[in-house]
Design a binder for this molecule. Sequence first.
Ligand SMILES: [Zn+2]
Length: 477
Amino acid sequence: MSSPSEIDLVLKSGRVLDAASKTDAITTVAVAGGSIHSVGDEIEAPSSAEVVDLTGKWLMPGMIDTHVHVGGDLDGVINPGIGLRSVVQAGATTVFDLGGRAERLVAGIKSHGAGANVAGLGMLKPGVTLPDDDPSPKVVRETLDKALSSGLLGLKMWGGYYPFSMDVTADIIAACNERTAYAAFHIGTKSSGSRLDGMRELPAILGSSSRAHIAHINAYCRGSILPPGEEIAEALQILDSLRGQVVSEVHLARPNFTRGECDEDGNVRMDVARNCLRLRNYDTTRDGMRQAIADGYGSVVRQSPSGLSLVTGEAGVRLFDEGDTIVGMSFPVNRTDTAFQLTAAKREDGSFIVDAIASDAGVLPRNVNIEQAMNMVAFGGLTPLEMVEKLSFNPARMMGLERKGRVLAGMDADFTVIDPELGRAVMGIVAGELVMLDGRAVGSGGTLLVTDEGQAAARDYGSDYEVVDLSKALMYA
Ligand SMILES: [Zn+2]
């Protein structure tokens, strides 16, 4: 441990929340050289150390958002990295981009970075990152190789958009597992949807030994097959039966995000978008989509220099037509009760069935992890320590980040400070440096998290980087 004379930052009198040790106490945290030097009341810091008084505030290990979109790979329409400021403004200190390309991720960190740690997965998009939607085992492994050596941690399957057969899906996960790389799966195959029927295929896809991160469980419990309560119970039962093989998250936002794209015959292409229309009995056609927007149910995503916003009604229909259906769309289809139930669900031994709260946001205007988790704390659905477990400790374990997720001597000095009166994050600190204050991002750049294989690329990019050991990731541990 560094000596007390090296302490350069003192975070005084905050309510310190450390989920692993169940510490919930008003105390002081000292930082030296980017790491936590000590936690306790008896800290003797040199007079040169900066002292921040956190009286009345909560101090948690930095929020780790295991599902964001900051790579800006939405068909190149969005500026790379435009979401990085948004996630940091919302209190994140480490984020995991689920599905993009390293070059865009790095370009984003350079142009719009806000000082966060950033990891990413390679997006599997037939015709773009894969030759077609039926890749051979050899092509799958070459694609994984490319992702790892470009600085990404593994692969993400977008089953609700670009589904593969069950066999190919299983092979992609197996390929990641062979290399101890990260595999993430947005549920859905050619024989199922981004719904409970997709969840039902999971035991067969994973068999008894494959491992994967299952994205946004709430998105498969919207009531399109069974009443929502029954879908929640079945989804939880499936996840529990795969304990040790899967990690998972839910997001707590009401709006979803999808795409409006229609084919030459005027039929909506994307499974997710079709599900949204069916839920309210609209035709799954261009006209059905226009009507849903005109009625205020569907919104079109509009990009501005500062981020994205949602436009509905007549103005939304105009954007949809101007974009010739190639527009981002949003529907208020995520059920708050579903998200809250999935978040709170525990096994008999007291462990959470769904590991984490993640936003699936970034560039999308719904970075509400902390606000919504604080709502759950307010009505007793989570204790403050449980909230920290789901926002930082479990996410750190999911990604194998052994020096994060704790407020403990020797750990990285990444913190999120919450104002309990406001119910949101008011300060973000990464490696002892301030990256967010009162909702304003004040950092720049960022640290790319790579595997061993990605080090050479990270050096070429000229960006700061850190090597992650995925054998420590929860799905492999
Ligand atoms: Zn996503």
